[in-house]
Ligand binder design. Structure first.
Ligand SMILES: Cc1cc2nc3c(=O)[nH]c(=O)nc-3n(C[C@H](O)[C@H](O)[C@H](O)COP(=O)(O)OP(=O)(O)OC[C@H]3O[C@@H](n4cnc5c(N)ncnc54)[C@H](O)[C@@H]3O)c2cc1C
Length: 131
């Protein structure tokens, strides 16, 4: 499985669709390697795909869940505590924390999957009509 079907993510970091697209590219790469004999069977190909993706998807899910939890508190005392803390924290620190979370969720060493090229059939309807 790929995308939200296996790692639905709280919409707090705007990366759910990105994760799904990365999954698709990574899966295409693994299937291409399978075709070139890199795996003994399809199961080990899917296992390798899962191992490659699981840490990144789980990290994004975890941070999105934490942001959702803090942002959607319902207990009035906890809401007041959160808001008081947020007022005390300087803007510079908030920006740095946000930057840190984005870096972690994108991954410091993260390299996007190699692009798989497909040839699309040419069609007379493929150009955009600008009139
Ligand atoms: C409020 C909100 C805001 C978001 N904002 C962002 C954002 O800013 N950036 C970002 O990257 N992500 C965002 N996301 C997350 C993003 O929308 C999802 O991560 C992404 O759409 C997942 O893509 P998917 O293809 O895995 O699943 P889906 O987009 O859910 O596609 C699954 C498709 O399968 C179809 N389907 C289901 N069951 C069947 C069946 N039995 N037979 C045939 N078809 C079926 C469904 O109708 C659907 O069309 C947001 C999500 C929400 C809810």
């Amino acid at each position: 499985m790929i995308g939200d079907a296996c790692h639905a993510t709280a919409p707090k970091l705007a990366q759910g669709a990105g994760l799904s697209i990365e999954d698709a590219l990574e899966l295409a790469n693994h299937l291409k390697d399978f075709n070139h004999g890199a795996y003994r069977d399809m199961e080990s190909c899917f296992d390798a795909f899962e191992r490659k993706r699981i840490a990144r998807a789980a990290t994004v899910q975890l941070f999105a869940d934490i942001i959702a939890l803090v942002g959607q508190l319902e207990n009035p005392r906890l809401i007041k505590l959160r808001n008081d803390i947020m007022r005390l924290v300087p803007q510079w620190t908030k920006s740095k924390v946000f930057e840190f979370v984005v870096k972690i969720t994108l991954g410091w060493n993260y390299r996007p999957p190699k692009c798989v090229t497909f040839s699309l059939p040419t069609s007379s309807h493929s150009s955009i009509d600008t009139d």
